[in-house]
Write a protein that binds this ligand. Structure first.
Ligand code: HEC
Length: 201
């Protein structure tokens, strides 16, 4: 009988403890998922965190070469391919399908079967995102539309917009608010060059 009481007590305790743990886990998830981001400053902080971890710099910031390799040039952060820089000559044989895809030394111009694409200016200058609405930003990142306008062309590789489709509206909004706070840089990024016109310029 004593044994029976002992075992019953153990079972009741285990069930109780596991319920507590579940409730706590649910509570934590809830806090995580519903944490309201309400102030602009909180949005900007989250936006900076997202942009820095997702790696928009990799393509959208010109680079400085260091002994350890290229690093984003913070003076020209997010300004995209420098419109006034000549594009080095491209050897067309190198970019035949299955051979090479190329990047310029700045990692802001990309050559492949799509021709040449140039990383855009994401700073809040009018030559960048200055005149963009949040809707434009969302349409560009989640639907891959140039200028974030529905009936525009699709964005070219290697802009990985397909990866960004799952970002929530509040994350996209945070990123957009962050980009509005970076230094505006006047830089008109050239239009993409079709494969047939490579080296014409
Ligand atoms: C691997 C390189 C790469 C990465 C990483 C990347 N982009 Fe891009 N992005 C590009 C290129 C190249 C273009 C230009 C594509 C074109 O002209 O069709 C572009 C275009 C864009 C555009 C459209 C601009 C316009 O005028 O329509 C936006 C907005 C954008 N990128 C935002 C971002 C953000 C935000 C991030 C980080 C979360 C990011 N990109 C990460 C390469 C990249």
């Amino acid at each position: 009988m004593k044994k029976l009481i002992f075992y019953s007590c153990c079972i009741v305790t285990i069930v109780f403890l596991s319920k507590c743990k579940k409730a706590k886990a649910l509570d934590m998830n809830k806090k995580e998922a519903y944490k309201p981001i309400d102030t602009l400053q909180e949005m900007i902080t989250r936006g900076a965190y997202l942009v820095n971890t997702i790696g928009c710099d990799d393509c959208h910031s010109p680079k400085k070469m260091t002994p350890k390799g290229p690093v984003p040039d913070l003076e020209r952060r997010f300004s995209g391919y420098s419109g006034d820089e000549p594009l080095p000559k491209i050897n067309k044989n190198d970019i035949e399908p299955g051979k090479w895809m190329l990047m310029n030394g700045d990692l802001t111009a990309f050559v492949g079967p799509w021709g040449v694409s140039f990383a855009s200016n994401l700073t809040p200058d009018p030559t960048g995102l200055g005149n963009w609405t949040f809707k434009n930003f969302k349409t560009a990142l989640s639907e891959g539309k140039f200028k974030g306008i529905e009936n525009q062309r699709m964005l070219l590789p290697p802009m990985p917009w397909q990866n960004f489709r799952k970002l929530t509206d509040s994350d996209l909004r945070a990123m957009f608010e962050y980009f509005k706070t970076v230094k505006p840089i006047n830089n008109i990024v050239p239009s993409p060059i079709p494969l047939t016109n490579i080296n014409d310029k």
